[in-house]
Structure formats: structure tokens, C-alpha cells
Design a protein around this ligand. Sequence first.
Ligand SMILES: [Ca+2]
Length: 229
Amino acid sequence: MSLKRRALCLTCPAAVLIVAVAFGAEDNGAVFLSFEDQADLPKVEASRARVELSTEHATAGSRSLKVTDEVGPYPTVGFKLGCAFDNADWTQYEALAFDLYNPQQDGVGLYLEVFDGTGARRTVTCPIRHQGEARLRTTPVGLKLKTNGLLLTGTNLGMVQTWDQDIDLSNVTRFVLFMEGPKEPTTIYLDNFRFLPRRDEPLLDRFGQYTRRDWPGKVHEEYDTLLQR
Ligand SMILES: [Ca+2]
């Protein structure tokens, strides 16, 4: 996608799905990539980026994946079905989750793209606002909402926006993480890629709010009922 097209997408409200929620730390996910062994490195496709194991910023086990993006357009790390993950049917999961550490003083403009078997893709912005850890979760919540959006949030994330094509979340064949065009080499640490199991309790309530946490201002009653008091 061209930079111009991305800029247009980011300014098109109809193409944007924003769902702001807060997740708890516990998730009981099934880890499929933890980068504890050299044998994990070939599971990652790197383009204009150097990947290596690191003992820094591991959130599962003792190692992480250190990714150093080159200057220039679209440094990317990719994860393929049958190599990095084994199940194409993401509707069986509540979310894809992974942890990221940004060692830069400044924010990092990161994108996630998910592809289905036809090559269609869904793109999610997930900018890491400042130095520190972020926990990212991407959820096929769009299926619950009868749209094809994804949901992503974490503790160090800027505004999350989703756009591009509808994709078949029962046939996911690839996902990638990339930057548009870093002006200097940029390092991120990745670890603890996991699929979170679905629960019986719905993820969102009838108002579209996250169900597993309460917060000041959360709506619990119909608006009309509140007005009658
Ligand atoms: Ca690890």
C-alpha cells in the first residue's frame, strides 16, 4: 500500500473501527512462539529487518526476538501458517496476543496486517506511544459485531485504527508487523505470541463495552431508564 493510500485510509471515518477497551494481565493463552531456541528464528520472515534472539525484555521464558528495522520503506517481519502458527481458523480464538518492548525514547509507528487465503488483508495501526512495554491483542470481534473488524489494544498503545479489506478469519494464512518508513534504524523486542481461548462469557456487552472489567462511567443501564430518574 502506498503512503498516500495509507494517509487517505487514516482520514476516512467510514473505514475506521475503533474499540477502546482495557484487558487484564491474565489470559491463559497457548504460546506458539517464544523465541527460546535458535530453531524459532526460521519461523520468522524478515524483510529489510534483522532478527536475532535476545535475553532482553523477555515476557515468557528467558529470551525474546530482537527486531532491528532498516531505514527505508516497509521493514517487515512475517509469520506464516504452517511455519509460525498451525491453525488457520482464528474464529476459534478470542484473540491473537503478543508482547512488545520499544527501547526507543520516541514512539514507534507499527502496523499489523492479517491476510486470508485469498490474499485479502486487514490492516491495524498499533503505534507504541513511548519507550516501554506494550501488550497487543487482536480479536475477531468483528464477527460478533457482524462486521469484519479486528480489535487491538494494550498498555502503551496510541489510537488503534482498522481498515482495508474484509478477510475470512476462518482461513488466516499470514500476519505481518511492519513500519512504513523509519528514518533511522528502529529496534523492537517481541515475545509470547499466543492464541487466547474463547470463553463462554461474551467479550462485549450490549453497549459494546468490554465485559471483564469495570471503570468509572461504564454504562450499565439503558439511556432511557437513566433519563426517567
Ligand atoms: Ca520468550
